[in-house]
Design a protein around this ligand. Structure first.
Ligand code: C5P
Length: 236
């Protein structure tokens, strides 16, 4: 997938709603179709492929965030199905291992004509050092993020999803060709909500992020269209 050049194309709108109607209402408030919308587990589990088609037919590309994690054969087939659906980006857990990621990368490549960007999820931001240790991983979360991001790149995965605080170190150690998508972005004028490790959109882009996933600062704003325009302005 090509890197966005226009600032507005660097914003991925998180469609954290329970159904297609909710997604459509949310898009109505923005008027202009976002370049990319993120469909996660809640919406996809409720509505299935039809919601992907509905979003695409309104002119947005889809980031299907289902975080695949299974044996290589199963993940490869899931990636194949995502490519057939015409999504632009999808996610998988790097902790599934090199073989799983290689199988996924091959499936994406085999899906000719579909320019599907695979993104690895490294350490969930909900995991702290103690939780990581309880799963048998005794290194600091930051070290594990870089280790898994490196493994993802070696396995043919195009990029990662990481917290804004990790963007600079991932960019430093993995170089400019590796794609970085970051959620947890908050303009100074928006409430942080339940996001703890936040950064402003401008700072996240300057740190090296290629795309920003933004939900509530835009979707829950009193005037979503205006909030969207302010964020675009901030990264222009
Ligand atoms: O509303 P908000 O801007 O916080 O939405 C951010 C989106 O990114 C949500 O869909 C959330 O699930 C997702 N996300 C996140 N933090 C992570 C990974 C994903 O906020 N570490």
């Amino acid at each position: 997938m090509k890197l966005p050049s226009r600032p507005q194309d660097k914003i991925i709108i998180a469609l954290d709603v329970p159904d297609t109607d909710g997604a459509m209402r949310l898009l109505d408030t923005l008027e202009e179709a976002p370049a990319l919308c993120k469909i996660g587990l809640e919406l996809f589990t409720a509505e299935g492929p039809s919601v992907v088609k509905a979003i695409r037919s309104r002119g947005s590309q889809v980031f299907l965030d289902l975080k695949f994690h299974d044996i290589p054969n199963t993940v490869a087939h899931a990636v194949h199905s995502a490519a057939k659906l015409g999504v632009a980006m999808t996610t998988l857990h790097a902790s599934g291992g090199a073989e799983m990621m290689e199988a996924a990368a091959k499936a994406a490549e085999d899906a000719k004509g579909n320019d599907l960007l695979l993104l690895a999820v490294t350490v969930l931001t909900s995991m702290d050092a103690a939780q990581l240790a309880s799963t048998g991983i005794g290194v600091a979360p930051e070290a594990q993020v870089l280790r898994l991001a490196g493994l993802a790149r070696e396995s043919g995965i195009g990029g990662v999803v990481c917290s804004p605080k990790e963007v600079a170190s991932v960019r430093d150690s993995l170089g400019s060709e590796f794609r970085i998508v970051t959620p947890g972005v908050r303009p100074v004028w928006a409430s942080t909500g339940d996001q703890k490790r936040v950064m402003t959109p401008g700072d996240a882009i300057r740190a090296g992020a290629d795309w920003l996933v933004i939900g509530r600062p835009i979707t829950a704003a009193d005037l979503p269209k205006e909030a969207y325009a302010r964020v675009i302005e901030e990264i222009t």
